[in-house]
Design a protein around this ligand. Structure first.
Ligand SMILES: Cc1ncc(COP(=O)(O)O)c(C=O)c1O
Length: 445
């Protein structure tokens, strides 16, 4: 046990925050009761809170910081850019550099367009699909997270009462979502070809796109089944629907992104997080014939996109430095560490009376406790019903100096090595033991 239960300054900071922000919070995903940990610095794989406690960080800002903190190339690129200017009302060469790096990496990325966030990139890709096809509807998987755009928020947190075999209705995520938005969203069941085909058949004439996350975090961080992805590719191509791969989280799975692993080319790819080197970013990429929907050189484009901070030089230089450092070898090494982490955590869970298992791929993992095998949104949803217990486990890990996200999601960063994975395994095992000791027998059934 470390002294991480000695957290006073964060509580005080949260009291201050509550006076000026609703619930003391300005980013729902980091809300935590009674108060979150306030961090003040990071270095390599470690972060320090405002009480001075140090943690081995597997959050990495929800997977965005693939190089952890203060990576030398990213830091010096940023320092140099700070001296040259923060942002301009004109393009800068730094955006060409990052676009060239990305296009050189992924064969079907002929052109790229930047945004400030993954959410915005998803929105622009959907607008592109609607403009190209002249069709309004989108299809998305139940439970999949694609950011804040109203249409993709639909059915993000659908509850079992909404599950009608093979045809879950689009449900609002936020109160006030217009019914007209939900009417344009078709909800499909991840990795279920039969059910998905039945739904898509009914809407194929009005569908502009199918958006898919090859490793959906909220659907249990279970990799897409290759046959499911192939089916979606064939169905969309046959019916003139665009296939959008949302790789905001999963671009890190291989040097060429996630769908490349399956040898499948979507019409558009959306990404973000790691390609900004830790600064805000989103991007859309694809073949030039599709990307020209954004081209303003022949008058008003079909889809116009601006944004005061779009392609700001700080994000561009940080992204370029991060991507250059993320070589094919670095990804292979990180993915091997990911396999080691999943295997060691699985071993700890297998010997615990609480049961559980770890999902994920590449350098991402997600911890579940209990007997239920997580294979899709429905099973992940049920497992997360044991939220209180998972949340207790994550808090106990924090007491051990390990940071994981509240849903049990973890990501690796390049400063980590086998020693950090061993540390994770030992401390996770201890946290699990303490949770088991505090859990009445039969409580998990
Ligand atoms: C798959 C996926 N799509 C989109 C987003 C939204 O990206 P951002 O938070 O940059 O808006 C996320 C964020 O976690 C994501 O995981």
């Amino acid at each position: 046990m470390t002294s991480h239960d000695q957290i006073t300054m964060s509580r005080l900071a949260h009291d201050r925050a509550k006076r000026v922000m609703p619930g003391g919070n300005t980013r729902s995903s980091v809300y935590e009761a009674p108060f979150p940990l306030y961090l003040k610095s990071g270095n390599g794989a470690y972060v320090t809170d405002i009480d001075g406690n140090s943690y081995l960080d597997f959050q990495n800002n929800f997977t965005a910081l693939i190089h952890g903190y203060s990576q030398a190339d990213v830091t010096s690129a940023l320092m140099a850019q700070v001296g040259r200017g923060l942002s301009f009302a004109s393009p800068s060469e730094s955006e060409i550099d990052l676009a060239e790096i990305l296009c050189a990496r992924v064969p079907f990325f002929e052109q790229v367009r930047f945004t400030n966030t993954g959410s915005e990139a998803v929105m622009m890709a959907i607008k592109a699909a609607r403009a190209i096809t002249g069709r309004p509807k989108i299809a998305k998987c139940e439970g999949a997270y694609h950011g804040n755009y109203d249409y993709v928020e639909a059915s993000f947190d659908a509850v079992p009462a909404n599950w009608e075999i093979g045809a879950p209705e689009a449900k609002p995520y936020n109160s006030g979502t217009p019914a007209s938005v939900l009417a344009e969203v078709v909800v499909i069941a991840f990795n279920d070809i039969g059910a998905t085909e039945r739904v898509l058949e009914r809407h194929k004439e009005t569908l502009g796109c199918v958006i898919i996350d090859p490793l959906p975090s909220r659907a249990g961080l279970v990799p897409i089944d290759p046959s499911y992805l192939r089916f979606l590719r064939e169905f969309t191509a046959r019916h003139g629907i665009l296939l959008i791969s949302d790789e905001v989280l999963s671009f890190r799975l291989s040097y060429r992104g996630a769908t490349a692993i399956y040898g499948i080319e979507p019409d558009l790819c959306v990404f973000g997080k790691i390609v900004g080197g830790g600064l805000p970013i989103g991007a859309i990429a694809g073949r030039a014939e599709i990307m020209r929907v954004f081209d303003p050189s022949r008058g008003k484009p079909l889809v116009s996109q601006a944004g005061t901070f779009t392609a700001n030089p700080l994000s561009m230089v940080a992204g370029a430095a991060a991507m250059r450092a993320l070589t094919e070898g670095a990804i292979v090494r990180l993915n091997a560490l990911g396999a080691q982490a999943r295997s060691e955590l699985n071993a700890a869970l297998a010997t615990s009376e609480l049961g559980g298992h770890v999902t994920g791929a590449g350098s991402l993992f997600c911890v579940f406790i209990g007997d239920r095998k997580v294979k899709d949104y429905a099973s992940a949803y049920h497992a997360w019903q044991q939220k209180k217990r998972i949340s207790q486990l994550i808090s106990l890990c924090r007491d051990e100096g390990i940071l994981l996200s509240r849903i049990g999601l973890g990501s690796l960063s390049t400063p980590m090595g086998t020693a950090e994975i061993a540390t994770l395994a030992v401390r996770f095992g201890r946290a699990l033991g303490r949770l088991a000791a505090a859990t009445p027998s039969g409580a998990l059934a």
